[in-house]
Design a protein around this ligand. Structure first.
Ligand SMILES: Nc1nc2c(c(=O)[nH]1)N[C@H]1C(S)=C(S)[C@@H](COP(=O)(O)O)O[C@H]1N2
Ligand SMILES: [Mo]
Length: 262
C-alpha cells in the first residue's frame, strides 16, 4: 500500500513529466524541435540529455529534481505577466465547491478572526501587522476562476478580496525580490515568484461566493491565483515574507514542482 503522500508525489511526478517534456520541447530551437518527434523526446531522451542513468530510484530522483529546477526556470521564463486566466459566468460555479487539505475536513483550523493578525516580514518597508477588519476595509474585487488540483479534480469558484499587487506596493515590498513566502495557521507553507505575486488576478482573498471566507476554504485569508495549481494557493495565511532566500513549500519540499503554474 502506498501512503497518501507517496501517491500524491507520484501523481505530481507524472504531471511534471508531461510538463517537463512539453516545456523542454518548447524551449528547444525550432530546428532542433523538428528533429525530435513528440515520441522521441521521452524521459529516456531526457536522461540522455541530462546524463543521468535511469537504472536506480536514486538517480531517477536526482534527475527529476535537476530537471524540475530547470523546469522552474523554463516555466518562469515562459510566464506572461499580462496573460489572464479564463473567467467564467456565475452559472458555471461548482456547487458544492470541493474542500482539500493535507488533513480531513474535521480538522480544519478554527482561527479567531478578532485575535487574527497578519504578520509582514522580510524585504518590505512597512512591517506593521494587519488585523482582519483592516484588511476588510481595503478595496476589493471579485473573480470567478478555475482551481486545478494535481490530485485530479478542478472546480470553478467565486473569490473576493484585495488585488495582491496593490497590497505589496502599499506596504512597500521590494518588488525586485525573488520570492513571496506564506506561512499558514495549519503548518502549511508555500512560496511564489514575484511576477506571479504581481499578476493582476493574484488576490489576497477574504470572501467566497459573496460570504466571509468559510473556515474550510481558508478563513480568515488565503491567496488565490488562477495561474497556479491548487497547492500553490495557501489558506489560513498568518505571515507573508518577501525574500531572496528560496522558501520551498509543504508539497514542494516533497517533490512537487515549485513553479506549479502557467
Ligand atoms: N493552509 C493550507 N492551504 C492549502 C492546503 C492545505 O492543506 N493547507 N492545501 C492546498 C491544496 S493541495 C488545495 S487543492 C487547495 C484546496 O482548497 P479548497 O479547500 O478551497 O478547495 O488548498 C491548498 N492550500
Ligand atoms: Mo491540491
Amino acid at each position: 500500500m502506498k501512503s497518501q503522500s507517496e501517491k500524491r508525489i507520484m501523481q505530481a511526478t507524472a504531471l511534471d513529466t508531461e510538463m517537463i517534456i512539453k516545456d523542454a520541447r518548447a524551449a528547444l530551437p525550432s530546428s532542433t524541435r523538428r528533429r525530435f518527434t513528440q515520441r522521441a523526446l521521452t524521459l529516456g531522451g531526457l536522461s540522455l540529455l541530462s546524463g543521468c542513468e535511469l537504472t536506480e530510484q536514486e538517480s531517477v530522483n536526482k534527475m527529476l529534481s535537476a530537471i524540475s529546477r530547470m523546469n522552474d526556470k523554463v516555466q518562469a521564463a515562459l510566464f506572461d505577466p499580462n496573460k489572464l486566466a479564463p473567467t467564467y459566468p456565475a452559472s458555471m460555479i461548482t456547487r458544492p465547491f470541493p474542500f482539500n487539505a493535507f488533513y480531513g475536513e474535521d480538522e480544519v483550523p478554527q482561527v479567531d478572526g478578532e485575535a487574527y493578525r497578519l504578520a509582514i516580514a522580510g524585504l518590505v518597508r512597512d512591517k506593521r501587522a494587519w488585523s482582519l477588519s483592516e484588511l476588510q476595509r481595503l478595496p476589493q474585487t471579485e473573480q470567478i476562476t478555475r482551481h486545478i488540483c494535481v490530485e485530479g479534480w478542478s472546480a470553478i469558484g467565486r473569490w473576493g478580496g484585495v488585488p495582491f499587487a496593490g497590497f505589496l506596493r502599499m506596504i512597500g515590498a521590494d518588488l525586485s525580490a525573488q520570492f513571496v513566502s506564506f506561512r499558514c495557521s495549519d503548518d502549511y507553507y508555500t512560496s511564489i515568484d514575484m511576477p506571479t505575486a504581481l499578476h493582476p488576478q493574484t488576490q489576497l482573498t477574504l470572501s467566497y461566493d459573496g460570504e466571509v471566507l468559510p473556515p474550510k476554504y481558508g478563513f480568515p485569508m488565503k491567496l488565490r491565483m488562477p495561474t497556479k495549481l491548487g497547492y500553490k494557493n495557501p489558506k489560513h495565511i498568518v505571515a507573508i515574507e518577501i525574500t531572496n532566500t528560496y522558501p520551498g513549500g509543504y508539497w514542494e519540499d516533497q517533490g512537487y514542482n515549485w513553479f506549479g503554474g502557467a
